[in-house]
Design a protein around this ligand. Structure first.
Ligand code: A2P
Length: 269
């Protein structure tokens, strides 16, 4: 399977990222070190995860060239506006201790305590700041997260640079067909966060049966599914055995079984 996805500006992003949401700062150093040790070259964090400090320290301490690891962080959902974005970016870079970022995302179109509220103006202003940081060479690619079609359309209508990525919750049972198709039309890479539905997919008897057939775990089946749907999975684990398992995906799901998976219900709804 392919090793990277490529953004519309030509920058390549490794096709499995190590997600760090819900990894506390105290555990982040060991988890990220384990991920790097086991061949992950793509680490996904955010200012809001409150673990950037140890994520960055793990990357800096590890024996890997900066250019060989892809690092993503995110502008906090509640911090909208031009100057707010430049300030938040500085905070992130101070936390990480890195001198450039590979990918920077607007974490969400609305603050988490007011999901769905309209912040179109603020998002456009933030996006302009992201464009500036990109043009200044401080970020290699810029994108968004949790954006719906209408949120993306507002950016497309008002900005110079089309987002390179949209990071969304995506897993078996939540395939967001219209949104993914829209992203593909505009050459926006879809990153799948919570590819295991935050763990809730793992005990599904239906999945277990299919996984057994391929001699893999339900986690591996769920992560492979994302890749087969041309989305970039960001599995999270703090256990080394699982960290290793989650990138051993050398098997092929048949078209028939993919169709079965496509029809599964969302375990979280
Ligand atoms: P842990 O971090 O304790 O290993 P998602 O990536 O969808 O957010 O899911 C993450 C959740 O799934 C975490 O609770 C994580 O637990 C668990 N998890 C990740 N990988 C595996 C795996 N291979 N087997 C079992 N559980 C896993």
């Amino acid at each position: 399977s392919k090793e990277t996805f490529t953004f519309h500006n030509g920058v390549a992003i490794p096709s499995i990222g190590f997600g760090t949401w819900q990894i506390p700062n105290e555990e982040a150093y060991d988890s990220v070190t384990m991920a790097l040790k086991n061949g992950y070259t793509h680490i996904d964090t955010a200012l809001a995860y409150q673990n950037e400090e140890n994520v960055g320290k793990a990357i800096r301490d590890f024996d890997i060239a900066r250019g060989d690891v892809f690092v993503t962080s995110k502008l906090p959902a509640q911090r909208k506006g031009y100057q707010e974005t430049l300030d938040a970016f500085d905070e992130t870079m101070n936390n990480l201790g890195l001198d450039y970022l590979d990918l920077y995302l607007i974490h969400a179109p609305w603050p988490w305590d007011d999901i769905g509220s309209d912040h179109t103006e603020g998002n456009i202003e933030s996006w302009k700041a992201m464009e500036k940081l990109y043009n200044d060479g401080k970020i290699r690619a810029i994108g968004v997260s949790n954006f719906e079609i209408s949120d993306l359309q507002a950016i497309l209508d008002n900005c110079d640079i089309v987002p390179m990525a949209n990071q969304i919750p995506y897993y078996i049972g939540r395939d967001q067909k219209d949104l993914v198709a829209f992203c593909k039309e505009h050459d926006i890479v879809v990153e799948a966060y919570s590819p295991l539905a935050t763990g809730q997919l793992l005990d599904s008897p239906e999945l277990k049966e299919l996984a057994d057939k391929y001699g893999v775990t339900t986690a591996q089946l769920a992560i492979r599914y994302c890749l087969d749907k041309d989305t970039l999975p960001l599995p999270k684990s703090t256990h080394e055995k699982r960290i290793i398992e989650n990138k051993q995906l050398d098997f092929v799901i048949s078209e028939e079984d993919l169709a079965v998976l496509d029809k599964m219900e969302d375990v979280r709804s």
